[in-house]
Design a protein around this ligand. Structure first.
Ligand SMILES: Nc1ncnc2c1ncn2[C@@H]1O[C@H](COP(=O)(O)OP(=O)(O)OP(=O)(O)O)[C@@H](O)[C@H]1O
Length: 728
């Protein structure tokens, strides 16, 4: 067969790609040698060079990791410029041994034109070429001529591979999009790092993908500021975080912290969803006051009389007197309740002294306040009273205490009806819900850190990561270490390892205080309650933010309260708003059905523009009863697509048995489907999804916009069939 122009072009690109891989191998070998050398020096244990060596090992480790991920799709783009220059764009920067550039990192300034150039604004780019590789082999090319006549020597090949890449089947985890980032998306990814970026857009416009690529960009361009635990990414639930967890590592960035709203607070995990009524209550900003009052109430089991005998005189404080003291301690204890026991002791002693004077103690035997205080303070009876009356409390103790209706009523004042008190109290007897996590965090902020014995200065010094074998490698100072510390210190050979160890120790120490981040990404932000915004705000007091939201998919109805809480969390930094307008997920046929739901849910909203027709029309079926239809339709979809199938049920709907279907068929409810994507989706009973809450229509909009290729809807209500198929 005679080679086509495209074959020739592919062969030419292959030569260049081979060269890049060969060089990548050399760079990897060098990084490996550096790591080995660092470890060798560690074994030799020459103290003077420890810091150099540590820096070397750290750099080599980071480099090595970045080079490893570049194995897949190392080079994916080429730019031919007006002046005759050629640039290759890839996952990492690759230079020749003479330091000439072979491939530039996609995040480098010079790569921007790859994503931004258009025929209207070509930025000196004559031809943009996307290289499709399988492993190390170039299999296809796709060209865009931006200035058609500028370079007659350049040929142009390709036939819409970009759209083809959108139609490929999904394996259940999100992938990176470095090779095909679009201009409007690139503007978000490379937006200034100084302030807050707010990205809006319909389902499938790449909001999540863009936010993750922005993190990779920020880490690349501002590593000192955002590196080492500086970035937090928050998604709605663990299913979602599992879905996106591979994207950043595949971009060579493993350093960001990924959490869901259900597991953001260490030691707590959400295991339940609240009903819409409960969610409305638990998410509202009034919960802040309620929790403050709950903390200020006497803890369960707290004694209501303090009695002591001094010089034969009985001195006692009754319930009212004790409550007055408690209120007084709380007046200054906000945010440090758990550490306010010394103040509680002082005020109790002062109240006892006054009582002593009142009951005529002075007439009996002259005494001074100082002597009185010193005696009573050290009495076992007093110490035990204090421990029970002002105990150290954990956030969970506070919330569990509100499972008692009387306590809850006292804390709520007039803000809750009797029915609301009953249902809240009942819910706090059970497992924690997603919204409870934010309440636990709020309670934690009111309680403040728990008191802990101060570590000795000697021990602190020994835990310094720069202390090794009892010597501070910076100052040369000898530091005595305690025996039991030595083995761990000896085992740690690099700065990185010792730093990590020290950080773990800090984490354990400060588990009552939220970790703060330099940048926070909030995905599906339209669903956050005010209390959840407060929880995030505590983690980003100095942070810049990337907020990703689609109001039309919101499950949180009080958007005004949420907006206010968001404003407080984000602070006064400058904001940059972006809108993404192209739907890369849904086929045009599926997007049409989604648009019908959107027209109902949010009549004023405009749907994003879908770009890919599949030729497959959604199947909207009315059946008299669901019976075996769910299994049959799920099986048909599994036959029709290679990848994932989502069976999306109304919340609380019993999961039908789906015997004999492959693992790639997953069952989930409409709220869990948020942010996810499937090759095919089967929506069961759209009417029930829509009726679930006041925001039910928006949840249905989420459900019908999950599929890339095929959509089937099963309903027992003829009206819903008519509505979704556009005949009603
Ligand atoms: N430029 C692109 N090139 C290739 N694929 C893309 C591009 N942009 C987005 N996609 C793909 O489109 C799909 C939808 O992206 P993503 O999940 O980020 O959208 P979203 O706006 O967050 O959607 P939702 O609002 O439903 O959560 C993903 O599979 C993503 O990889």
């Amino acid at each position: 067969m005679v080679p086509t122009v495209k074959d020739e072009q592919i062969a030419a690109e292959q030569a260049r790609v081979d060269e890049a891989y060969a060089r990548l191998e050399e760079m990897r070998a060098a990084a490996r040698r550096m790591l080995e050398e660092g470890y060798r020096q560690a074994q030799a244990g020459t103290k003077g060079s420890l810091v150099d060596r540590d820096a070397m090992v750290h750099q080599a480790a980071v480099r090595s990791r970045a080079l490893d991920v570049a194995e897949e799709g190392l080079v994916f783009g080429r730019l031919d410029l007006v002046g005759g220059e050629t640039l290759y764009v890839g996952r990492v920067g690759v230079r020749t041994s003479e330091h000439d550039s072979l491939v530039i990192d996609w995040r480098a300034p010079a790569a921007e034109a790859f994503y931004r150039a258009t025929p209207e604004d070509p930025r000196g780019v004559v031809r943009r070429r996307v290289l499709h590789c399988r492993g190390r082999k170039v299999v296809d090319l796709e060209d865009d001529l931006l200035i058609p006549d500028a370079r007659p020597d350049l040929t142009s090949v390709g036939d819409g591979a970009f759209l083809a890449s959108l139609a490929r089947s999904r394996e259940g985890v999100m992938r990176d999009i470095v090779a095909t980032i679009q201009r409007e998306q690139d503007e978000v990814i490379r937006a200034a790092a100084d302030g807050t970026v707010i990205v809006q857009g319909g389902p499938g416009t790449g909001k999540t993908a863009v936010a993750l690529h922005r993190v990779a960009y920020l880490l690349f361009r501002h590593r000192r500021r955002f590196g080492s635990r500086g970035v937090l990414i928050v998604g709605p639930n663990p299913r979602f975080t599992a879905y996106i967890e591979r994207v950043l590592p595949s971009l060579g960035e493993g350093g960001a912290t990924l959490r869901s709203l259900g597991d953001l607070v260490p030691g707590m995990e959400a295991a339940a969803h609240d009903t819409p009524d409960l969610a409305r209550l638990k998410g509202a900003p009034t919960m802040t006051r309620l929790l403050r009052r709950a903390v200020q109430d006497a803890p369960p089991g707290s004694p209501d009389e303090l009695r002591t005998v001094y010089r034969g005189v009985v001195v006692a404080l009754d319930r009212d007197a004790l409550d007055r003291v408690r209120r007084e301690v709380h007046r200054s204890a906000h945010g440090a309740v758990n550490n306010a026991y010394p103040r509680a002791a002082d005020l109790l002693l002062a109240a006892l002294w006054e009582r002593f004077l009142e009951v005529g103690g002075l007439d009996d035997a002259p005494t001074t306040r100082k002597a009185f205080t010193e005696r009573v303070r050290d009495e076992r009876r007093f110490v035990e009273f204090l421990r029970a009356w002002w105990p150290v409390r954990r956030p969970a103790d506070v919330l569990r205490s509100l499972a008692d209706e009387d306590r809850l009523r006292r804390a709520a004042g007039r803000t809750l009806t009797d029915r609301q008190v009953k249902s809240l109290a009942e819910s706090w007897q059970g497992p924690w819900s997603y919204l409870d996590i934010a309440l636990l965090d709020e309670a934690g902020a009111i309680l403040g850190p728990r008191p802990r014995p101060a570590r000795s200065a000697r021990k602190r010094k020994a835990e310094d990561p720069f202390v090794i074998d009892g010597v501070n490698v910076f100052t040369g100072e000898q530091v005595e270490t305690e025996d039991d510390d030595e083995p761990t210190l000896r085992e740690l050979t690099t700065y990185v390892e010792r730093r990590e160890q020290a950080m773990r120790r800090d984490d354990e120490d400060d588990e009552d205080l939220p970790v703060e981040y330099a940048h926070i990404v909030v995905d599906e932000a339209q669903d956050l309650s005010p209390m959840q915004w407060r929880m995030l705000g505590r983690r980003g007091r100095q942070a810049t933010w990337t907020i990703v939201a689609d109001p039309a998919q919101s499950a949180w109805e009080d958007s005004a309260a949420a907006g206010k809480a968001m404003d407080t969390a984000l602070g006064r930094r400058p904001r940059h708003a972006f809108e993404l307008t192209t739907n890369y997920r849904n086929s045009t046929e599926i997007a049409e059905v989604a648009a019908r739901v959107l027209a109902r849910a949010v009549p004023e909203a405009r749907p994003a523009r879908a770009v890919r027709a599949s030729g497959h029309h959604p199947l909207i079926r009315h059946v008299p009863a669901l019976d075996g239809h769910v299994r049959a339709e799920a099986a048909a979809l599994a036959d029709a697509v290679e990848g994932t199938v989502g069976v999306i049920l109304p919340v609380g709907h019993a999961a039908p048995p789906l015997p004999g279907l492959p693992d790639r068929v997953q069952i989930l409810d409409a709220l869990e489907a948020k942010g996810l994507e499937f090759d095919a989706a089967l929506i069961v009973e759209p009417g029930e999804i829509a009726d679930y809450s006041r925001m039910g229509l928006r949840t249905l909009y989420v459900a019908v916009s999950r599929a890339t290729q095929r959509l089937t809807v099963l309903t027992t209500a003829p009206a819903w069939q008519a509505l979704l198929s556009g005949t009603g």
